[in-house]
Design a protein around this ligand. Structure first.
Ligand code: SAH
Ligand code: SF4
Length: 349
């Protein structure tokens, strides 16, 4: 086991069988985490990149069986920020020192392509990098948003097991989701994808396929998070045991396979474990996406239960985050933090 991990740390390659072995052997966990931490330090440094997350609409036309925002959840509390409210939240992010905002929402058709493009253009005037996470769109829409100034796009494949994807994402097609990722790459976005770890029916083999899929694309960012059952969804009764450690292992393996990409310590990690994000940062992660939306939105953007909130005071949150990070020898970096910047010596620009 030790030899296999040492080899992966040097060569950044693993076969599907080797990944399955590492995912399923409990003794591999501490060795994997340590190796990923070393690779993270070598390829992306000790600075933690921050991205301000703006959750701007909880309306969604889709019905993903795991998600609290699914259209059939009649208990979901829906809200939608106006373009001006989105802009003023972006302004707050810029004033607090952030260099990137992540605009995330359900798939809300109220935001037409021209409107979305206008919002992107206005936010660009603040000098911020923009990441979009607004779901599956047509190729011309992705082109339009890129022209308007969007820099990155996050779209998790969730699982590369097509049958499983289509079971838990009814009315959606895995091929279309994969097409979206390819379109995004074609238009020169920095592409983030990722997996939902612990979906009922998911196997170690399919998780290994996920990692090899991300390596093949390749992604610039990989957000890997544990699945947390939401009580108002068809998967309310699903198991949650072991998802935290399995997600950490997936993240660590991702770092070994794609050493210089950006890997967030996801909020869902913190929801399952009080020290979840710090542990993730010590097992390969180098990004945190604090929520800068106001408390009204944070309470209603209910993807899964127990989602940690950042509190009403953005500046205070950063102060506390810096203290937490310094306890593990890490610092905050206010920089756009594009893929590869650290190796090019550009991380702190
Ligand atoms: N609508 C967009 C973006 C918002 S959802 C999209 O689907 O791409 C963002 C992410 O939340 C999803 O990719 C999914 O992986 C995650 N998510 C949804 N429900 C979850 C749950 N119950 N537990 C953990 N993560 C969840
Ligand atoms: Fe909508 Fe995204 Fe939730 Fe699916 S995961 S229901 S697309 S918000």
């Amino acid at each position: 086991m030790r030899q296999l991990i040492e080899r992966a740390e040097q060569s950044h390659t693993l076969s599907k069988e080797e990944i399955v072995l590492l995912l399923t052997d409990p003794e591999a966990a501490p060795l994997l985490f340590q190796a990923a931490d070393r690779v993270r330090q070598k390829y992306v440094g000790d600075e933690v990149y921050l991205r301000a997350l703006i959750e701007f609409s909880s309306f969604c036309k889709n019905n993903c069986c795991y998600c609290g925002l699914r259209k059939d959840n009649l208990h979901a509390r829906r809200y939608r920020l106006t373009p001006e409210q989105i802009l003023s939240t972006a302004r707050l992010a810029a004033q607090t020192g952030y260099k990137t905002v992540v605009l995330q929402s359900g798939e809300d058709l109220w935001f037409t392509p021209p409107l979305m493009a206008d919002i992107i253009k206005e936010i660009k005037k603040l000098g911020l990098a923009i990441t979009l996470s607004i779901g599956e769109k047509t190729r011309p829409e992705y082109a339009l948003y890129r022209q308007a100034g969007a820099d990155r796009y996050l779209l998790r494949i969730e699982t590369t097991d097509q049958a499983l994807y289509e079971k838990w994402d009814p009315e959606m097609s895995w091929q279309n989701r994969a097409r979206c990722l390819q379109d995004l790459k074609d238009f020169g976005y920095e592409v983030g994808s990722g997996s939902l770890v612990g979906l009922p029916g998911q196997t170690p083999e399919s998780l290994a396929d996920d990692l090899l899929f991300f390596k093949a694309l390749p992604v610039d960012m990989a957000g890997i998070g544990p699945f947390i059952p939401h009580p108002q969804t068809p998967l309310a009764q699903a198991e949650v045991k072991g998802h935290f450690e399995l997600s950490l292992k997936m993240m660590a393996l991702m770092r070994l396979l794609l050493p210089d990409i950006n890997i967030p310590a996801t909020t869902a990690m913190e929801s399952l474990h009080p020290q979840g994000r710090l542990l993730a940062l010590q097992s390969g992660a180098n990004v945190i996406m604090p929520n800068i939306s106001d408390m009204y939105c944070q309470e209603r953007y209910d993807l899964y239960p127990g989602k940690v909130h950042t509190g009403p005071d953005a500046a205070q949150y950063i102060k506390e985050l810096k203290e937490k990070l310094s306890s593990i020898g890490r610092t905050v970096l206010f920089s756009p933090g594009f893929h590869g910047d650290y190796l090019k010596g550009k991380a702190s620009l």
